[in-house]
Ligand binder design. Structure first.
Ligand SMILES: Cc1cc2nc3c(=O)[nH]c(=O)nc-3n(C[C@H](O)[C@H](O)[C@H](O)COP(=O)(O)OP(=O)(O)OC[C@H]3O[C@@H](n4cnc5c(N)ncnc54)[C@H](O)[C@@H]3O)c2cc1C
Length: 309
């Protein structure tokens, strides 16, 4: 990529933003599209009334020194803080992708529904999108990438090897006087991970004590199709029992389902690339279950594209 090229990045999670950032910093014309109302994908913070919950990723471990350095830079700049042995965004997890996206052309609330080769590269379409690019970076979960590319695409088979674990998540707000016997708890079933979300740094000033509960993969898959209200009815009493709190102390409880939460079987290499057509596909699923793996995939995709001249 010697001259400036037009790059369309689909997916504004940590993978897409990492790749977009490196390409934009190298002088390319990068546009990022995301179907979500905001950016960040699974590095997410849900706001309801005066409450905030990190309902996706909980705390980011960093094993790669470069990822650790990136996160430490965010800590220095006030976008993140250490917590529970890793790093969390402040005042919410979404601050990490927001910091990465600063200065990038990111269009959110737009879903790319068709991706067609055209003589000059690629034609992206969707509601409100009619966009042409020389290169497409697809940074979305593997099953969604497979749907967009079509079952006949050469990447369909490797993408189909990737496996995910689902996660059923409940966000609860309790009376501040209710017991708070721990900050984090690791268990099984519905209560595989229970975190006092409001105890993370930068979450002060909320009227209720906020908790995030994430079920284990077996419980999540067994209950993934239940309506949200039934998920709350199932999980909230277990949370109250674990905390030793009374039902009348529960003032807020909503559920969320993540069908593609954590990579179970990864691709085993950082991306799939077709240099002839200018298509590259990656995500956390390429390398593993954590945000760090998405970052590594995004960085590797950018390096691959920048090495092409
Ligand atoms: C419940 C849960 C708990 C987790 N816990 C942790 C943890 O504690 N620590 C950790 O490190 N990681 C954790 N993770 C994993 C972590 O969140 C992911 O590894 C990381 O966020 C993946 O980033 P990504 O950019 O690859 O994908 P995503 O964040 O999924 O981003 C993909 C983006 O693509 C967009 N998109 C998809 N299709 C289209 C389309 N057709 N058009 C436009 N946009 C599209 C989506 O809206 C999304 O924003 C957790 C995840 C979940 C769900």
């Amino acid at each position: 990529m010697g001259e400036q090229v037009r790059v369309a990045v689909i997916g504004a999670g940590i993978t897409g933003l990492t790749c977009a950032r490196a390409l934009a910093d190298a002088g390319h014309a990068v546009t990022v599209f995301d179907k979500g109302r905001g950016i960040g994908g699974r590095l997410a913070t849900r706001r309801t009334d005066d409450l905030r919950f990190d309902h996706g990723a909980q705390v980011l471990p960093a094993t790669d020194p470069d990822f650790a350095a990136l996160l430490q830079g965010m800590v220095r700049d006030g976008h993140a803080a250490p917590w529970d042995g890793g790093i969390v965004g402040t005042p919410g997890m979404v601050q990490i992708p927001r910091a990465l996206a600063q200065g990038l052309d990111v269009r959110s609330g737009v879903m790319v529904t068709a991706l067609d080769p055209d003589p000059a590269g690629w034609h992206l379409r969707g509601e409100g999108i009619d966009h042409r690019a020389d290169i497409v970076v697809l940074a979305i979960p593997a099953p969604q990438a497979r749907d967009l590319l079509g079952a006949g695409h050469a990447f369909a088979a490797p993408l189909a090897q990737v496996r995910y674990q689902a996660s059923v998540t409940v966000m609860a707000g309790l009376d501040p006087a209710a017991p708070r016997p721990f900050v984090t708890h690791r268990g099984t079933g519905a209560l595989a991970w229970v975190a006092q979300d409001g105890a993370k740094p930068g979450r002060d000033g909320q009227p209720l004590t906020t908790w995030v509960v994430q079920a284990d993969p077996d419980f999540s898959m067994a209950h993934i199709d239940l309506p949200f209200a039934e998920l709350v009815d199932l999980i909230a009493p277990q949370l109250l029992a674990l905390l030793g709190a009374r039902p009348d102390q529960l003032h807020h409880a909503v559920a969320h389902r993540w069908l593609y939460a954590l990579t179970d079987v990864a691709l085993g290499r950082p991306f799939l690339a077709d240099d002839a057509t200018g298509l590259i596909v990656g995500g956390d699923w390429a390398l593993g279950p954590h945000a760090e793996h998405g970052w590594a995939s995004g960085r590797a995709m950018a390096a691959h594209l920048l090495a092409r001249t």
